[in-house]
Design a binder for this molecule. Structure first.
Ligand code: NZQ
Ligand code: ZN
Length: 388
């Protein structure tokens, strides 16, 4: 049964070729001071930075820069960003980059006027902001996280060996996001396919939970089929606009809160992956790929009807003459073969993890309650061992 919920997504999307021109409509709504946030330099190399700065100038903005946001942004960088935003008296934070830059911009936005330690308040105690929030806008250059249309913000604390996401409420969602699929063409293949798997994982985290008949599950099956199809095309022809644009839009819908409404969700793969990320600093999507098959094979017996449905409706497995278990396993085998075809990293050893890290990995993994099996720490350990 569809549970009760409220739904509101306040992010305005500009989508397609030339979507960055949406800035010209949005920027006049905010004050003069803009903190321009970006990563390690890809936006300078591919010309996106120049386009954005030209529009900012055209709109009469005073531009302050905060560069060098790293993949898996850290608490130390967050502290620096807060100082920069304060010094700039930022009226708007404009994130130009991937999920890391967008997540970081949101973290800065709720911390600029916060008197407490943001790590403790938002990422350890999971409190909501009680201060004035600086609005955020995004120009997306990497597809996967859905950060462009949600309140998620993941920060890493290397010293504490923790990588934690806070899912903020609507007031922290970006006010607007510009999504031009062509802006993602310069992504190295490794990042591109890692993003594809991040999308897949977001959908599966919400799909593999619950036993009820729920509209969201049908929506997710459609999104998954589109993603599987388009990812195969994009792997062979990365500049295929049709495939890349479909994937970009699928990524947004995979995690803009809609498909989670009225149903339970899991998110254990992300907890396992984030533990790997906290200890190795590996690319987010690859950490998920590396732990997924051992996790899903482990929980399959507890959620057999859904795994069977997944095999039939998403992977087109013919159930005739087979046991439910055989059908479900065939679905996972088809998924694994799709993953290998994309060139995803299928074990955590290749991401820099090793047997000696098992204790820390287990300690860093949050155990979720919404999946088909609430894991014990021993099971978490066994899954990591299997993933090595
Ligand atoms: O830093 P630069 O030089 O820009 O390079 C980046 C970075 O090295 C590069 N890149 C981005 N766009 C490019 C490009 N290179 C060439 N051309 C382009 N157009 O790609 C690298 C990775 O970027 P990053 O932003 O780290 O990737 P992603 O979008 O996957 O973001 C990952 C972060 O998002 C968090 C992850 O945990 C991780 O910290 N997540 C956020 C979520 C959310 N907000 O809801 C949910 C996700 O599950 C995820 O946890
Ligand atoms: Zn993710």
């Amino acid at each position: 049964m569809l549970g009760n919920f409220t739904y509101c997504n306040p992010t305005k999307i500009y989508f397609g070729k030339g979507a960055v021109d949406g800035l010209k409509e949005e920027l006049p709504k905010y004050g003069k001071n803009v903190l321009l946030v970006y990563g390690g330099g890809s936006v300078k190399r591919n010309g996106i930075y120049d386009k954005v700065v030209a529009i900012l100038k055209e709109c009469g903005k005073e531009v302050f820069e905060d560069a060098g946001v790293m993949p898996n942004p850290t608490v130390e960088k967050l502290a620096e960003g807060v100082q920069r935003a304060r010094a700039a008296k930022a009226d708007l934070i404009l994130a130009v980059g991937g999920g890391s830059v967008c997540d970081y911009a949101k973290a800065v936005s709720v911390s600029v006027n916060c008197d407490e330690d943001p790590w403790e308040k938002y990422y350890i105690r999971f409190e909501e902001p009680t201060c004035k929030i600086v609005p955020v806008g995004c120009v997306l250059t990497m597809v996967g996280t859905g950060s462009e249309m949600n309140g998620g913000s993941v920060i890493t604390n290397r010293a504490q060996k923790l990588k934690i996401g806070h899912v903020f409420g609507e007031e922290v969602f970006p006010k607007f996001s510009c999504l031009d699929p062509e802006y993602t063409y310069t992504l190295p293949e490794y990042q591109m396919v890692a993003g594809f798997y991040d999308i897949m994982s977001h959908i599966l985290e919400q799909y593999f939970s619950g036993t009820d008949d729920n509209t969201s599950d049908y929506l997710m099956e459609g999104l998954l089929r589109s993603l599987i199809h388009s990812a195969r095309i994009a792997k062979e022809a990365p500049k295929n606009y049709e495939a890349r644009s479909n994937i970009m839009w699928t990524a947004t819908w995979a995690l803009n809160t809609l498909v989670a409404k009225g149903k339970t969700t899991d998110w254990e793969v992300h907890m396992l992956g984030q533990a790997v990320g906290a200890l190795t600093d590996a690319t987010h999507g690859m950490t998920l790929a590396a732990v997924s098959m051992p996790y899903y094979r482990h929980i399959l017996p507890y959620g057999l009807p859904k795994f069977k449905r997944y095999a039939v409706n998403v992977w087109g497995v013919d159930p005739a003459g087979k046991t439910d278990e055989q059908v479900a396993q065939e679905g996972l085998a088809a998924m694994e073969s799709w993953m290998r075809g994309l060139g995803l990293v299928m074990n955590i050893t290749d991401l820099g993890a090793n047997e000696g890290m098992l204790d820390d990995l287990v300690k860093s993994t949050l155990i979720m309650q919404g999946g088909y099996k609430v894991l014990t720490p021993e099971e978490v350990r066994a899954i990591f061992k299997e993933s090595l």
